[in-house]
Design a protein around this ligand. Structure first.
Ligand code: ZN
Length: 251
């Protein structure tokens, strides 16, 4: 019997039948420990053939109508790319498209995946926002690009933030902390702080004028929820990757 991948969905997107989205957990795949089970990251030391099988399983479970996928080569940058065709996009941490049947992906293990949908203009975006991307406001840059290139309005956007590492488990040094305002930091011993990246992303969305009622966030911690998620902070090189996907299905 094939394993059944456990996939998270966001309520905010439920009513839009044309929208396909999902965020994988580590549950329901072929990988062996320490990458068990649904490792979707080909950049990990896991067996690439097994990762490919996991990906096929995940895509099938999502009922992806075809394999028109876009993979960003994430570098913790603030680079945002508009894409029109499937393939790999180098040095990029946010993708935008208005093409139907083109599915954007992001891979994470602690960093936050941010899913954006404009139901009026039919535009989607998917952002990788770790502390570096968040310090550079990659979410704000993505929304600005959607406004400029597709006539989107931030007030119309629906935004879902997937699970990442929460403040209680995310100690940073002073150098990192200096990129963030006091209200996102908790002192944690000499020269150290606990950083709330997710709250900072929510604040950035509100600064762009996305209404709070149109923002959904998952407050589970990838570091704490060992059974459900991979965590780079927890497992280092032994960490697999989760994958987020969003796209508009069309005739
Ligand atoms: Zn935690």
């Amino acid at each position: 019997m094939l394993p059944e991948p456990v996939i998270k969905k966001f309520q905010l997107f439920n009513e839009f039948r044309e929208l396909l989205h999902g965020f994988s957990t580590r549950q329901g795949g072929f990988s062996k420990a320490p990458f068990d089970e649904l490792n979707l990251g080909l950049s990990t030391p896991d067996d690439p053939q097994v990762v490919k099988r996991n990906r096929q399983l995940f895509f099938k479970e999502l009922k992806l109508p075809n394999n028109y996928l876009v993979f960003p080569q994430q570098t913790h940058s603030a680079n945002v790319q508009i894409v029109n065709k499937p393939g790999i996009v180098s040095n990029c941490d946010a993708l935008i498209t208005n093409q139907k049947n083109l599915f954007l992906t992001v891979q994470t293990a602690d960093c936050f995946p941010v899913f954006i949908f404009d139901p009026l203009k039919k535009v989607v975006a998917l952002v990788h926002s770790g502390w570096r991307g968040t310090a550079q406001n990659i979410v704000g840059r993505t929304i600005k690009k959607m406004e400029k290139n597709f006539g989107c309005k931030a007030v119309d956007l629906l935004v879902a933030i997937g699970p990442g590492v929460q403040q209680t488990c995310y100690q940073v040094d002073e150098k990192t902390a200096n990129y963030f305002q006091q209200r996102f930091l908790q002192p944690d011993g000499p020269g150290h702080f606990k950083l709330d990246v997710q709250s900072k992303i929510i604040a950035q969305l509100k600064e762009c004028r996305v209404p709070e009622s149109q923002i959904e966030w998952d407050s589970q911690c990838t570091h704490c929820a060992k059974e459900a998620y991979y965590s780079y902070r927890r497992d280092g090189l032994n960490s697999g990757r989760m994958m987020g996907i969003i796209g508009i299905v069309g005739a």
